[in-house]
Design a protein around this ligand. Structure first.
Ligand SMILES: Cc1ncc(COP(=O)(O)O)c(C=O)c1O
Length: 379
């Protein structure tokens, strides 16, 4: 008896994803890793194509990476270097839900060079406050990083409303969106949103393998930045870099897990076949169902908002979130304990400790019945 409600952590991949990885590993065993990669080159390209369709971009704007943080660091560092990070202090504005690894990267860079990070205030609806953002962003801002959906709460930030209004104030800034919890869960159109860069891992609602991720980088930006680690085959002459790929693959590394990236391609193609609209409405339905199960139970206090999707959180006033989470795990309900304190939430999102339940479109009524049963026994 079990239920899997940790899709926001790492959603189990489908049989087809696992099979594709295994067949590639077997091929590497048979003919060698470089040779097998050559055979799969077109399929790796179509992985970029599927990811591009999922975010509304072009295949040439996709850089495959090892995860969200990896993708973020590659592009953000190149942008800061381009903006003269090594000559004058950089200024970045983030929302209060910035995921800890992005926050840690910026904090570490700030130890090396002057880098000022302003954190915008939260809004009452669980997203970021527009006035606070407006007051922090000006012509000196080098980058703005927003989180489409935080790891602690299933609220969706209306980035398409916020970014365009900020661009006038900071025309040279890079507008970056963390879509780690929304890609594969919600329809995304980077053009409508008006960001320059979006990044995500493969393992969450996309249902790709662990150790995969990607960045979408708008073409003019992708081709004007020099990554910190240059693509294999690039050459350097004085201050210039030559022979870099003429697309976002300049942010990729030569060595990477080809089998996992092929699995990511299968997962992305599967999401497209099912349809992200279908996935989104099913996840919303499952999230509503979880709320109904939680509400009215002794000791349980639901957190977040009534429209949270994909991530539903609660605490237990008598047991505490950590204990409630553990008891659910012992009862066969995969969930995640989310600490409200750093290091999970360094940008000061002000979350309480919580139990995170994250359903997907594949979450069954049986699984929800098991959750209800288990909650009855742990409370
Ligand atoms: C909102 C958000 N951003 C970024 C990440 C980090 O992704 P990765 O571990 O692939 O760097 C997570 C992981 O949970 C996340 O929820």
């Amino acid at each position: 008896m079990s239920a899997f409600l940790n899709h926001a952590g790492a959603s189990p991949p489908t049989d087809a994803v696992v099979r594709r990885m295994v067949t590639h590993l077997q091929r590497e065993q048979e003919i060698g890793g470089y040779e097998a990669a050559d055979e799969a080159a077109a399929e790796i390209a179509s992985t970029r194509g599927s990811l591009a369709r999922l975010v509304g971009g072009l295949p040439a704007e996709i850089a495959l990476a090892g995860g969200a943080t990896d993708a973020f660091e590659r592009v953000m560092f190149a942008h800061l270097a381009d903006r003269g990070f090594f000559a004058h202090p950089a200024r970045i504005v983030v929302d209060p839900f910035t995921y800890s690894s992005m926050w840690l990267a910026l904090s570490r860079w700030a130890q090396i060079r002057p880098l000022h990070v302003d954190v915008a205030a939260p809004a009452d609806d669980g997203t970021v406050d527009q006035d606070s953002l407006n007051s922090l962003v000006d012509e000196r801002t080098d980058a703005v990083l927003l989180t489409h959906m935080p790891t602690h709460q299933g609220t969706v930030t209306d980035a398409g409303r916020l970014f365009p209004s900020l661009r006038d104030a900071a025309p040279a800034a890079l507008f970056v969106l963390d879509i780690s919890q929304t890609v594969g869960q919600l329809p995304i159109d980077v053009g409508t949103i008006g960001c320059d860069v979006a990044f995500a891992p493969g393992r969450k609602f996309l249902r790709g393998p662990r150790g995969t991720g990607f960045a979408w980088v708008r073409h003019d930006i992708a081709t004007s930045l020099d990554p910190l680690s240059l693509a294999f085959g690039s050459t350097v002459a004085g201050a210039s870099v030559h022979r870099q790929p003429d697309d976002a693959t300049r942010f990729e590394t030569f060595e990477r897990p080809i089998a996992a990236l092929l699995g990511l391609g299968v997962a992305a193609a599967e999401a497209l076949v099912i349809g992200v609209d279908t996935i989104a409405s099913r996840i919303a339905d499952r999230s509503d169902a979880i709320r109904s199960i939680l509400d009215g139970r002794n000791g349980i206090r639901r957190l977040g908002t009534d429209s949270d999707r994909g991530i539903v959180t609660f605490t237990h006033d008598a047991l505490g979130a950590a204990e409630a989470s553990q008891r659910l795990v012992a009862a066969g309900i995969a969930n995640r304990y989310m600490a409200g304190e750093p290091p999970m939430c360094d940008a000061g999102g002000g979350f309480e400790d919580s139990v995170r339940l994250s359903p997907h479109h594949i979450t069954t009524d049986d699984e929800l019945a098991r959750l209800a049963d288990a909650l009855g026994r742990v409370s």
